[in-house]
Design a protein around this ligand. Structure first.
Ligand SMILES: NC(=O)c1ccc[n+]([C@@H]2O[C@H](COP(=O)([O-])OP(=O)(O)OC[C@H]3O[C@@H](n4cnc5c(N)ncnc54)[C@H](OP(=O)(O)O)[C@@H]3O)[C@@H](O)[C@H]2O)c1
Length: 322
């Protein structure tokens, strides 16, 4: 069986013969799907994905839940055909929506249905990583994960993972194969996620992947502090968009970033990645220029890894002489 491994910190291009080494950076496609995040331009979304690919990014995250499948279809438009094997696509099942109604169904048959829908929309015969979007309160976790393992054994997915487990669930749940990618909500506003990240790291069971790093734009876009959201905007459901604390933190961040000449997006990414519990971060850019702060952080990480052999050599000699 192929192994799935933690990121090699600076690498943007993973994948080798033996298995998959995950990059520290994936691109999320929820807000690029064309529903619930304000005005949408398909051309811009495709240009953003193309610019990400040109930057060397190969990991893209989606879900059947996002824009009712249109985020998955977007990835087919960008990376279908010959390019399919050059990218690592992760999708999810178990969370459903019709109009305004949202519900969990992570029974084995529902996960199988979600996977087949995803394969159809992606125009692919496999998915690299398929995840339980949220645990279903009515279905034992083992049952949902067991279903993903079966789909893996059938060759329809290469790896399985999960999202939104509690710290207790992370501690209790024993993944038979060891490490599993786990999507966790964590950012300077939503710091509760740290306990879950620590739980995953302490038992060495999870590859910790950070979702909504910019709190859906609240930490990057000052206009969102003042502007009324449209009626269909998914962020109406996000309590932080109505929270005085969250807005105060965001405006403080904007003013400090402007004094220091850094972009809030780069500052937030740097803050997140600095946490040793974090393995992967999944921001949701919507325009090509949104990739600039990502490139800034990538360059900084590259410098760090270039300097590492020197640091290691100095450390080794100093330790020897102690
Ligand atoms: N497993 C789960 O349950 C789960 C849940 C949520 C998210 N996710 C994953 O995480 C990904 C990212 O989360 P998200 O889309 O919710 O939120 P996010 O990345 O925190 O925020 C996305 C929003 O931030 C703004 N933005 C993005 N890049 C920017 C940049 N460089 N500079 C300035 N503004 C920028 C854009 O807003 P404006 O265009 O409005 O300015 C964009 O719509 C998703 O696509 C998905 O893959 C998973």
């Amino acid at each position: 069986m192929k192994a799935i491994a933690r990121n090699s910190k600076a690498a943007l291009m993973p994948a080798d013969e033996k298995g998959v080494t995950l990059s520290w950076l994936w691109i999320g496609t929820w807000s690029m799907g064309g529903e619930g995040f304000g005005p949408h331009d398909l051309k811009l979304s495709l240009q953003t994905l193309e610019a990400a690919y040109e930057t060397g990014i190969r990991h893209f995250d989606t879900a059947g839940f996002y824009a009712q499948g249109r985020s998955e279809e977007l990835l087919k438009k960008a990376f279908g055909g010959n390019r399919r094997s050059k990218v690592f696509i992760s999708s999810k099942g178990g969370l459903w929506r019709e109009g305004r109604r949202v519900w969990h169904d992570a029974r084995p048959e529902a996960l199988k249905k979600a996977l087949y829908q995803a394969l159809e929309r992606l125009g692919a015969d496999y998915i690299d990583l398929f995840q339980l979007h949220w645990p279903d309160p009515k279905v034992p976790l083992d049952e949902s994960i067991g279903a993903l393992q079966q789909l893996r054994d059938q060759g329809l997915i290469r790896f399985w993972g999960a999202g939104n487990l509690t710290a207790e669930q992370v501690k209790r749940f024993i993944a038979p194969e060891g490490t599993m990618p786990h999507q966790v909500h964590f950012n300077p506003i939503h710091r509760d996620g740290l306990a879950i990240l620590k739980a995953g790291r302490d038992c060495d069971r999870c590859i910790n992947c950070i979702i909504s790093p910019f709190e859906q734009g609240l930490l990057t876009s000052s206009r969102l502090l003042e502007k009324e959201l449209g009626k269909k905007d998914v962020r109406n459901r996000n309590p932080y968009f109505k929270s005085a604390f969250a807005k105060k933190l965001a405006s403080e961040l904007f003013s400090r970033c402007s004094q220091q000449g850094v972009s809030p997006a780069a500052a937030v990414l740097a803050w997140i990645i600095e946490h040793q519990e974090v393995d992967i971060v999944i921001p949701g850019p919507r325009r090509p220029e949104h990739l600039e702060p990502i490139r800034t952080i990538a360059r900084a990480r590259e410098m760090e890894s270039l300097a590492r052999p020197v640091k290691d050599a100095i450390h080794a000699v100093h330790t020897e002489n102690l």
